[in-house]
Design a protein around this ligand. Structure first.
Ligand code: ADP
Ligand code: MG
Length: 238
């Protein structure tokens, strides 16, 4: 289960309100993409959902339960960053196992989940390497593997492919979409890349200066953009 509901959520940094009151529901199993120009609040919104930032006001519910005051590690969400955030001195296996070690999951279960994640991400032959011996794409797969083994209610991706070159990006897009099809787990994916939004999303949330301009499927947004900003962003002929 992984429905995420934001009710009248706001966020201020000092006196600056970067998220004005915002309501949004991501349904269980949905692939939602937050898209919008740099500085519009995509990362902030994701960090609020993850619990890495405190709300200024409002409520975040996960599967109907008020999660506003639940610490990040207990929300059942797994965040994947663009910077990978891997431990350089640990093997791929240990990097993937890390959250399970923290959660004191028994060794046999850890091994089972590592094997499954590695198979799903084509990392089986790389488990004994260190991150420094991997390509950028492989490192991003390790970061995703580390999220998978937590069996989260939802994955939160913050521009996970922006450090990769264009060719690799296309391949990783497909891999993440396939992963979503296979796991049927809620994914929220932040990007400023319209092509990623249009090709990956069930639901696109177009953000501008912290507020939602439009929410809809790629086709809905393309055919009926709410305004010129959305049209320009989605590239529809309006
Ligand atoms: P995006 O991810 O869409 O590029 P961000 O969520 O990072 O945008 O930022 C949204 C706005 O909030 C920006 O104006 C940014 O400068 C501001 N902001 C983000 N984090 C902080 C912070 N920790 N302190 C002050 N301002 C911040
Ligand atoms: Mg950002």
């Amino acid at each position: 289960m992984g429905q995420i509901k934001l009710e009248k959520v706001t966020k201020k940094f000092g006196d600056v309100e970067v998220i004005p009151p915002l309501d949004l529901t991501i349904e269980d199993g949905e692939f939602a993409v937050f898209v919008g120009p740099s500085g519009c609040g995509k990362s902030t919104l994701l960090r609020l959902i993850a619990g890495l930032e405190d709300l200024t006001s409002g409520t975040i519910k996960i599967d109907g339960t008020d999660a506003t005051n639940i610490p990040p590690a207990k929300r059942g969400l797994a965040m994947v960053f663009q910077s990978y955030a891997l431990y350089p001195h640990m093997s791929v296996r240990k990097n993937i196992a890390f959250p399970m070690r923290m959660a004191k999951i028994d060794q046999a279960e850890q091994d089972r989940r590592i094997e499954q994640a590695a198979a799903a991400l084509n990392l089986t032959d790389y488990l004994d390497r260190r991150p420094g011996q991997l390509s950028g794409g492989q490192r991003q797969r390790v970061a995703i593997g580390r999220a998978i083994v937590r069996e989260p209610a939802a994955f939160l991706f913050d521009e996970p492919l922006s450090n990769l070159d264009a060719a690799l990006r296309v391949g990783m897009r497909l891999e993440i979409s396939e992963l979503h099809n296979r796991l049927e787990t809620t994914m929220i994916y932040v990007t400023h890349d319209q092509v990623e939004a249009m090709t990956m999303a069930d639901k696109i949330v177009v953000l501008r200066a912290g507020h939602i301009e439009q929410v809809g499927s790629p086709l809905e947004l393309y055919r009926k953009p709410a305004n010129l900003f959305v049209a320009g962003f989605i590239g529809s002929p309006k």
